[in-house]
Design a protein around this ligand. Structure first.
Ligand SMILES: [Zn+2]
Length: 342
C-alpha cells in the first residue's frame, strides 16, 4: 500500500488530499493521508504531451550545434532535419524514437500527439517503436512529398489519427484544402504549425478547418480572437520557440482567452518533457498559474484529444512543488496500449 499526499489535481482544480495505491487500485481522499506517505507534491493523473516530433530524436546525436534558424533546420523539404531523415536508416530513426518514448514514460507522460514525417512509412516507424515502449500515441501523419495524392492521403488516414502539416508557408493552399477536406470526411484530426516564424494569414489557416494549431507566436490579437471564436486550441512549445529566439505573448493569449495546451516540439531540440515547458512558462511570464499549466498537460489535453477513461486509475504522477520534476510515477494497472484506435 502506498500513500501520496499533497495538492491533488482534479478536473476542477487543486484539492488538498491524498492518493492511495493498493494492488493496482487507486483511491483518492481529502485531507491528510491515513498512513505513511511515500511522496509529497502536486499529484496528477498521467501527463500528456500535445505536440512532439519523436522522429528527429536521432539527430541530436549527429549534430551538436543545431542552427537556430527555423528554415535552415526544420522547413521541408530542404531543412537539415528533413535531409537527415531522408538519409537515415529505419533502425536509426526507430532507436531514437524509443529513446524519447522511454523518457516520456519515465517522466509520467503516457500519451502524446506526434507530428510524424515521412508518409505512411513514417507512421509505421513510430508504430514499431511503440511495440517496445507502450504509450498512448495520437499520430498525425503527413504526405511524403509536398504534393497531393488522393491514394496516399487515404492510406495515411487508414493508419493514423489524422494529418499534421508543417505550415501554410511551405504548401500550396489549394493542396492543403484538399487534404483537409479528405481528413474531415474521415472524421480525423487536421492540424498545422501556424505563425511560428512569421505571421501567416489567419483567414487561410481557418479555411482549412484545423482542429488545433501549434505555436501562433507571431499571431496578432485579431488572429487570436478569431481562433478563440472558432474554439480552436493552440499548443504552445515555449522551449522550442526560445531555441529559435521566439517568444509567445502569453499575456495576450490569456487575455484573449485562448485554450492553451503544451507540447515539446522537436526532440532534437528539447527533451519531450512537458513539465519542463510548465516550468519555463512559470519562470518567464506571469500569465498562467501552476494549476492552469498542470491542467493543460493533463485534463485539458485529455478532453481535447478525447482520451477515454482518463484519470488516476490509468497513471499517477507526483511532481515536486519546487523543482517541478516528477518524483513518483505509477503506470496504474491498465493504461498501456499500442496507440489510439484509428
Ligand atoms: Zn512541431
Amino acid at each position: 500500500m502506498i500513500y501520496l499526499e499533497g495538492k491533488v489535481l482534479e478536473k476542477e482544480g487543486f484539492v488538498h488530499g491524498y492518493v492511495k495505491l493498493v494492488n493496482g487500485n487507486i483511491e483518492v481522499g481529502k485531507g491528510k493521508a491515513p498512513g505513511e506517505v511515500l511522496a509529497r507534491g502536486y499529484i496528477l493523473p498521467y501527463l500528456i504531451n500535445s505536440h512532439v516530433h519523436t522522429g528527429d530524436t536521432f539527430i541530436k546525436k549527429k549534430i551538436k550545434n543545431l542552427p537556430r534558424d527555423i528554415e535552415k533546420l526544420v522547413a521541408p523539404p530542404h531543412g537539415i532535419k528533413h535531409r537527415l531523415l531522408s538519409r537515415a536508416s529505419k533502425k536509426e530513426i526507430v532507436e531514437g524514437m524509443k529513446e524519447s518514448l522511454k523518457m516520456m514514460k519515465n517522466r509520467g507522460v503516457f500519451a502524446f500527439c506526434d507530428f510524424r514525417e515521412g508518409g505512411v512509412e513514417g507512421v509505421y516507424l513510430l508504430k514499431d517503436a511503440l511495440r517496445d515502449v507502450h504509450l498512448n500515441a495520437i499520430i498525425l501523419s503527413r504526405p511524403s512529398c509536398i504534393s497531393y495524392d488522393r491514394e496516399e492521403i487515404k492510406k495515411l488516414l487508414d493508419v493514423s489519427n489524422g494529418i499534421g502539416i508543417s505550415s501554410i508557408s511551405d504548401w500550396d493552399i489549394n493542396i492543403l484544402k484538399k487534404i483537409s477536406a479528405d481528413t474531415k470526411r474521415r472524421g480525423k484530426l487536421f492540424s498545422l504549425h501556424a505563425s511560428e516564424r512569421i505571421r501567416e494569414d489567419i483567414d487561410l489557416i481557418l479555411d482549412l478547418k484545423p482542429d488545433f494549431l501549434v505555436h501562433m507566436v507571431k499571431a496578432e490579437k485579431g488572429d487570436l480572437e478569431m481562433v478563440r471564436d472558432e474554439d480552436i486550441p493552440v499548443v504552445l512549445c515555449p522551449r522550442s520557440n526560445a531555441f529559435f529566439g521566439l517568444k509567445t505573448d502569453y499575456d495576450l493569449m490569456k487575455k484573449v482567452g485562448i485554450k492553451v495546451l503544451l507540447g515539446t516540439d522537436n526532440c532534437m531540440i528539447a527533451e519531450p518533457d512537458v513539465l519542463a515547458e510548465v516550468k519555463w512558462v512559470l519562470k518567464n511570464c506571469k500569465a498562467y498559474s501552476i494549476e492552469e499549466l498542470l491542467k493543460a498537460v493533463s485534463y485539458d489535453a485529455a478532453e481535447f484529444f478525447g482520451i477515454k477513461d482518463y484519470g488516476f486509475e490509468k497513471g499517477v504522477v507526483v511532481v515536486d512543488t519546487k523543482s517541478l520534476k516528477p518524483i513518483f510515477v505509477s503506470s496504474g494497472k491498465d493504461h498501456e496500449s499500442k496507440g489510439s484506435d484509428v
